[in-house]
Design a protein around this ligand. Structure first.
Ligand SMILES: Cc1cc2nc3c(=O)[nH]c(=O)nc-3n(C[C@H](O)[C@H](O)[C@H](O)COP(=O)(O)OP(=O)(O)OC[C@H]3O[C@@H](n4cnc5c(N)ncnc54)[C@H](O)[C@@H]3O)c2cc1C
Length: 477
């Protein structure tokens, strides 16, 4: 019997619900009528996705994270190959391998992500320009499907499913185990270089050179600054220090947010004052310091349940990727758009993606610039802003990140991921998600006659697809 609990929220906390869930360790595909099983399940890791791509409110979640039993089965300190269950957290992998001089080749901004979740979303980190996405480091995986049983998948075996499972948002089957390659590092400590910049154009002058010089690079942007200071911030670069620490144990939480405030404090004058103080925290020019790995990669992990600060209605994260050519103009337009809607983003991050291709069929990163904005949900006002951000992104030939999203239109999704039909063809019929039903599912229900499936990601063609998709949305079902 599945559990019924309200615990399986995604990180955005936008839709509280009592959800059905079953532990992956005791899950077997039920035998029965196909119609009963259609789209009835969805794998779930640790719920660090922001939106509804890890939810299936019409079905049952198959949970591999959240303290379900999982283990690291093999680690070779000579080659850096590691085999683990999908439910193992990235924090556990780091703890296991660090003392032998290995680290995660790619890590997102939280270490409380499962191995399965990192593969299914093909996550990226601050070193995309050097290492690409997480999926590039997956050697093989074991996939459990309702219709084909347990399959070994790699670049040479069941290669189509391997590619569709990386960035497949859990739709191709349940990943039971995976083997990944780790990164050899001299230490986990990071020699961090912080450069304060006074305007957005300065970031664009610095970013490419920073990527060429450093393993990691990312910028924090003061999205509330205006006039000549618009888009000022810090460019934070880093490299593994030669003589640093080899402990992979992160410091414990500094504090936890015990309850959800009735109104988000992350707005208005507080937000402006915070940004001003944070901007001034880095002195003008460039500064170097050696810092712990967890303070460089996972500063937010030290505040337990920080997402509660966004208030009872939850938070939206909007992450776009824009082709490099128009990067600066479009990023400026996105920031100005949020300002015009009087919606401050608490945490605004800008990063350059490199051109290393992912094996993942629906991978989000592509060459260009990625801007991430966080907003408390304030109803239709917020949704209007997000639609406008989508429009700017799509017209620029970019894409909006599906695993951060809880509300994008089918047209926005198809514009950024014209290859979605190939994923649908390889989807496990017993699996679906709220995200998939809301986007691809609507096209499929309509017959999708006018949705092109193979479009170059150039600004002209994607913009015309967007227009086309909008008109199809008005057709009766
Ligand atoms: C503070 C913070 C910082 C973040 N920073 C980044 C970042 O820098 N870069 C980035 O890319 N992302 C980032 N993210 C997003 C996060 O890394 C991803 O959403 C990640 O995939 C979540 O993994 P999870 O284990 O929590 O899985 P969930 O969120 O529970 O699920 C994610 C997806 O994986 C699928 N899935 C989970 N387990 C399995 C399995 N065993 N088999 C098949 N499919 C499975 C689910 O169906 C779902 O579609 C951040 C999130 C937070 C909260």
């Amino acid at each position: 019997m599945p559990d019924r609990t309200p615990d399986y929220q995604s990180w955005g906390r936008l839709k509280p619900a009592v959800r059905r869930a079953v532990g992956s360790e005791r899950f077997v595909w039920p035998r029965g009528e196909r119609s009963e099983e259609e789209g009835a399940y969805l794998p779930f890791g640790n719920g660090r996705s922001y939106g509804d791509s890890c939810h299936n409110d019409e079905g049952t979640l198959i949970v591999s994270g959240r303290d379900r039993p999982s283990a690291i089965h093999a680690f070779d300190p000579e080659t850096g190959l590691l085999t683990a269950d999908a439910g193992v957290l990235l924090s556990e992998i780091t703890r296991h391998v660090a003392s032998a001089g290995w680290f995660l080749p790619v890590t997102p901004g939280t270490q409380f992500v499962t191995l399965g979740g990192a593969i299914a979303n093909d996550v990226h980190g601050k070193n995309h320009h050097r290492r690409g996405t997480f999926g590039r480091w997956v050697e093989s995986l074991r996939l459990d499907r309702s219709d084909r049983g347990s399959l070994a998948c790699s670049r040479t075996e069941n290669a189509d499913l391997f590619s569709a499972t990386i960035a497949g948002m859990g739709l191709t089957g349940l990943i039971r185990q995976a083997t990944i390659r780790l990164l050899k590092v001299p230490s986990l400590s990071i020699l961090q270089t912080t450069t304060r910049f006074d305007r957005l154009s300065d970031y664009f002058d610095l970013a490419e050179a920073a990527d060429a010089r450093h393993e990691y690079a990312v910028a924090w942007i003061d999205s509330l600054s205006s006039g000549v200071s618009l888009g000022r911030g810090h460019l934070i670069a880093g490299d593994h220090a030669r003589n640093g620490d080899l402990s992979g144990v992160a410091a414990g939480p500094l504090a936890s947010v015990p309850l959800t405030p009735p109104v988000s404090p992350l707005a208005g004058p507080f937000l402006k004052a915070f940004n001003e103080a944070y901007y001034r925290k880095a002195r003008a020019g460039t500064r170097e310091a050696t810092v712990r790995f967890d303070s460089f990669f996972y500063p937010l992990d030290r505040i337990g349940d920080w997402n509660r600060l966004y208030g009872p209605r939850g938070l939206h994260q909007h992450q776009s990727v824009i082709p490099a050519g128009d990067g600066e103009a479009v990023v400026r337009e996105l920031i100005l758009c949020a300002k015009a809607h009087k919606h401050g983003s608490f945490l605004t991050v800008l990063k350059r993606f490199g051109d290393l291709r992912s094996p993942g069929l629906l991978s989000f990163p592509r060459p260009g610039y990625t801007l991430t904005l966080d907003f408390p949900h304030r109803g239709e006002k917020t949704l209007r802003l997000l639609r406008e951000l989508d429009r700017i992104t799509v017209e620029a030939g970019g894409a909006v990140n599906p695993y951060k999203d809880a509300r994008m239109s089918p047209e926005t999704f198809a514009a950024g991921f014209p290859q979605w039909r190939r994923l649908d063809a390889l989807r496990d019929p017993a699996i679906s998600s709220d995200f998939w039903r809301r986007t691809a599912g609507r096209f499929l229900a309509r017959g999708a006659v006018d949705v092109p499936t193979n479009i170059e990601n150039s600004s002209g063609s994607v913009a015309s697809l967007f227009t086309l998709g909008e008109s199809s949305a008005r057709q009766p079902a």
